[in-house]
Design a protein around this ligand. Structure first.
Ligand SMILES: Cc1cc2nc3c(=O)[nH]c(=O)nc-3n(C[C@H](O)[C@H](O)[C@H](O)COP(=O)(O)O)c2cc1C
Length: 383
């Protein structure tokens, strides 16, 4: 291990939860859970990472207990796991036990696809996709194929108050289930244009009731979900919240144009009971706002006072989107991570593709062994 990355192998506490180091497996949809039930192959997949010293595993997006949560999306979702029902919960218990036996920690990413779910798909195809104001958002900047966007273009109808209440209750039930099967916390998918994020963004939330309006009001849905999860689990059950500026509808989108706006949006969500924020960016070292080279995780930490996690581009020469079309190499760029870590920008470091393609990645950081090469073919298997 280079002396520099030593510091990332220090422990970190999220409330009562002690992580042995700062490396976290970023949530990655894998679609290997037929009927929503994670099997032995899924348990072995996560356990392998824990055995190779990943401090905290965040699972793939897991559908919350609501009929509109899952369906076809930009990645052609199918066989996506859920967090309700006896069979799925038994499957998750096996996943959790495996990670714990290996000395790791694990949180599920709770996911509701919202506007991104294609109507007429999923386990409950008759259920209308959930959109705060009936719109998918602007369709001219989407980072997905035009044929897909064409299917999303038509407006549906805004969610009713009681539908919003039902979805919040679904998040709370799913979090309670996660708590009951032994997960170490929950990670909320509040990013990328999916349901929670679609309430934050003015292009998808044009409501003028209590769920819409200025930045603080647009945060109300996220606030109520965090409060409901806190009430349904325990006072000290760790809640992580993933935030992003970018969306599937627009890679250049911004929920907050300035640090002051970021504070207006995330302050109430932090106060509702978030323990740690996950700032989802394509490149961890991209400047979030003009006038400073600080990344998004640094700004979120500064304006909320909460610990943060960074992500994006660690271990490779190209970010996620570029790596589909440009030549991409595995690389050890941790010295850049350490530099910002030492400046106090973030507390945890999430690794996505590198841990998908190389279960031993964190251990290799320690031993100095070379990383496995970048391989798009790894997406098709559960290695
Ligand atoms: C195959 C794949 C599936 C992903 N699925 C999810 C997901 O379910 N939820 C989520 O928040 N992010 C998802 N992401 C984004 C990753 O969590 C991560 O933020 C992104 O890959 C950037 O990190 P990296 O450069 O280390 O790969 C996915 C990424 C990949 C490659």
């Amino acid at each position: 291990m280079s002396e520099k990355s030593d510091i990332l192998f220090s422990p970190f506490d999220i409330g009562p939860l002690r992580l042995t180091n700062r490396f976290v497996m970023s949530p990655m949809t894998r679609n290997f859970s037929p009927g929503g039930v994670p099997g032995e192959n899924v348990a072995a997949y996560y356990r392998r990472r824990a055995e190779a010293n990943v401090g905290l595993v965040i699972t793939e997006g897991v559908g919350v207990d609501h009929a509109s949560a899952l369906g076809a999306g930009t990645m052609g979702e199918h066989d996506t796991p859920v967090m309700h029902g006896e069979a799925a919960l038994a499957g998750w218990r096996r996943v959790v036990d495996g990670v714990h036996a290996a000395g790791g920690r694990i949180m599920p990413q709770l996911w509701h696809m919202g506007p991104i779910r294609l109507n007429g798909t999923g386990n409950a195809p008759e259920t209308l996709s959930a959109r705060p104001s009936g719109t998918w958002g602007p369709t001219d900047k989407a980072m997905v194929p035009p044929a897909y966007v064409d299917q999303m273009r038509a407006d549906t109808r805004p969610l009713t108050d009681s539908e919003i209440g039902d979805i919040i209750a679904g998040f709370a039930r799913s979090a309670a289930n996660a708590h009951a099967v032994g997960f170490d916390g929950v990670a909320l998918h509040g990013a990328h244009g999916y349901l929670i994020d679609s309430f934050l963004w003015p292009h998808t939330n044009r409501r003028d009731d209590r769920w819409g309006g200025d930045l603080v009001r647009r945060a109300t849905f996220a606030v109520e979900i965090v409060r409901a999860i806190r009430a349904a689990t325990a006072e000290d059950f760790p809640i992580m919240y993933r935030f992003s500026q970018w969306k599937i509808q627009d890679y250049g989108a911004r929920n907050a144009d300035t640090p002051a706006e970021l504070e207006m949006l995330l302050g109430p969500i932090a106060d509702a009971g978030v323990d740690i924020f996950d700032a989802s960016t394509r490149l961890f070292n991209a400047a979030a706002f003009e006038g400073s080279d600080m990344g998004l995780a640094g700004w979120v930490r500064k304006v909320t006072g909460r610990p943060t996690m960074t992500v994006g581009g660690i271990g490779f020469t190209k970010d996620l989107q570029s790596s589909f079309v440009e030549d991409t190499q595995a690389v050890n760029n941790l010295s850049m991570v350490v530099e910002r870590f030492e400046r106090g920008e973030f507390d945890l470091v999430a690794i996505g593709r590198a841990l998908l393609m190389d279960p031993q990645w964190v251990r290799k950081v320690q031993t100095g062994e070379p990383f496995s090469p970048f391989r798009l073919s790894a997406y098709a298997t559960l290695e």
